[in-house]
Ligand binder design. Sequence first.
Ligand SMILES: [Zn+2]
Length: 302
Amino acid sequence: MTGTACFLCGLETDDISQDFDTRVYFVRCRRCGEYRITMECSSNPRSADETTLAAISAATRQAAESHSTLLLRTDNWDQVAAAHKNTPVRQKVLKVLRYSAAKSRSPGEFFRIQEDFDYPAFDAASPQECRFLVSHATDSGYLESMSDDALTLTVKGWDAVEPLTGTAGTPGRCFVAMSFAEQLDEAYLLGIKPAVEQDCGLLAIRMKELHHNDDICDRLLSEIRQAQFVIADFTGHRNGVYYEAGFARALGRDVINCCRDTDFDLLHFDTNHLSHIKWKMPQDLRQQLTDRIRATIVAPAK
Ligand SMILES: [Zn+2]
């Protein structure tokens, strides 16, 4: 190992440590966030071209922003990268707005975006692209820029992130009901989220990703009301998922049920007659979900 450079972006790390038992490095990088990487993968990554590394850095940073820590391995490397490559510009701008909402604890509060360090948070490939996205969001009235580089999210910006809705939900918004267990973060980050956002161009909302001060239960019900449809993953059989799926169904929302094959036989009686997506790995979950969403959910008008 050479010095303390980040394996992904080369920046000097804030912290790096290794666990010889599991043969895993833990890295904290100002740009890539906190992530773990196997020693095998760090010395011999499958592909280390600039585009792939930028995409992996985007994945680790965004996972860290949403309180998850990705473990990079040779066998998930390409898949981790794929989830952050070819992101449509519209999605990148939305990522800027969602990041901005997370950084402002209340409306009107100022925050800063540091191009050199924050560009992976938006799937941008460089500080230049980050500057472009932020100035687009500012020119379009979503952000307001102050003289000293401080930014604030405008009412229009807040509306884009947390729209006010009637009873029908907001077209394109998908609430994801699933366990918060760390072992399932990969299923979300590499399966559900890219299926909804990359493949179908819609927006995925998972409670674990939201930074908020509201009462969690109120916020949860309000998020389900705002959603056009819900993806419920029953892996782990958390009671909350059954509750959230039932509430969504009672509101008339489409609910797409999923469960990992290992947990399939334990599905409770009240849902096992509904057709569930049975998945093995995040890859096939992504594929099956994309097919199901395209087949059953009416895409919002662009
Ligand atoms: Zn880094």
